[in-house]
Write a protein that binds this ligand. Structure first.
Ligand code: OOG
Ligand code: MG
Length: 264
């Protein structure tokens, strides 16, 4: 097994056991992982999920807003994979046991209508989309203390852990600057605008098309594209009702279960 495969195995096990690991530099003292190598680790960790029967359902972008870059101290756009095992029911109950130190953030999610096999322009992007929906992303870094370098977080599939998606609409017209409100147990914890996402969330589709094409892959029709959070993320505790409203699109919500048996 190569070093990169070993890292993928370590990250995959951390996610499966909900047990945090040290940042990758601790495993490779003196030999820093390159960004390309980090994507190789990410790919290998996703292959492990696919081998177990999970199905790739799309991609997510990370650090598309300044709020997120500032919160995590990372200033490059990144991308990772979403699988069916990450999908949580809109309005449903989310068990916290499978996470280490989960956080939640408000996003919008796109559904593609055609294969994307080349970099798209902003003008073309909407023609490749069926729908858009308000979404909540649950992120859960597999690293101790939720601390990571750019390479660490890429190798860790960009902290992907869960998501809920609200009603699909075709309101692409309202997306440029729609108000975003995230509430926890009724209390507003984040306010923002979809404009925070690269100036316009459709730019996330453009970036996704570029990144996927660069990797020599095709994003099949019917894929999800999570645009990246519009605001900073919030820690998820038990017994919490989380609600995300995106003006003009609608809302999505979930409630965390009452006990989190795992201590981390
Ligand atoms: C990395 C993932 C970033 C976003 O929406 O910006 C992300 C992290 O913050 O752990 O999902
Ligand atoms: Mg996100």
């Amino acid at each position: 097994m190569s070093d990169l495969d070993a890292m993928a195995a370590r990250l995959d096990t951390a996610a499966r056991d909900a047990a945090p690991i040290a940042q990758l530099a601790e495993f490779t003292p003196g030999a820093r992982l390159s960004l390309d190598e980090a994507y190789v680790v990410q790919r290998a960790s996703i292959e492990r999920r696919i081998d177990r029967g999970e199905i790739a359902v799309g991609v997510k972008l990370g650090f598309t807003s300044r709020a997120k870059m500032l919160q995590m101290g990372v200033d490059s756009l990144i991308w990772g994979w979403l699988t069916d095992a990450m999908l949580e029911e809109d309005g449903g109950r989310v068990a916290l046991e499978r996470f280490i130190h989960p956080r939640v953030e408000p996003e919008v999610c796109f559904l593609t209508s055609r294969d994307i096999d080349r970099p798209l322009t902003l003008l073309e992007a909407a023609q490749y989309l069926d729908a858009v929906a308000p979404a909540l992303e649950i992120i859960d870094s597999r690293y101790r203390d939720f601390k990571f370098s750019l390479e660490d977080v890429v190798a860790d599939n960009c902290s992907s852990a869960g998501l809920t998606i609200g009603p699909w609409t075709r309101r692409f017209d309202t997306l440029a600057n729609a108000g975003v409100l995230m509430r926890m147990n009724g209390r507003v914890v984040q306010t923002g605008s979809t404009a925070a996402i690269l100036g316009h969330p459709l730019r996330s589709v453009v970036q996704a098309s570029r990144l996927v094409a660069q990797s020599g892959l095709v994003l099949p029709a019917g894929s999800l594209i999570m645009a990246g959070a519009a605001t900073a993320a919030h820690a998820l505790a038990p017994d919490t009702h989380v609600h995300c409203l995106v003006n003009g699109l609608g809302s999505t919500e979930f409630t965390t279960a009452s006990t989190n048996h795992r201590l981390s």
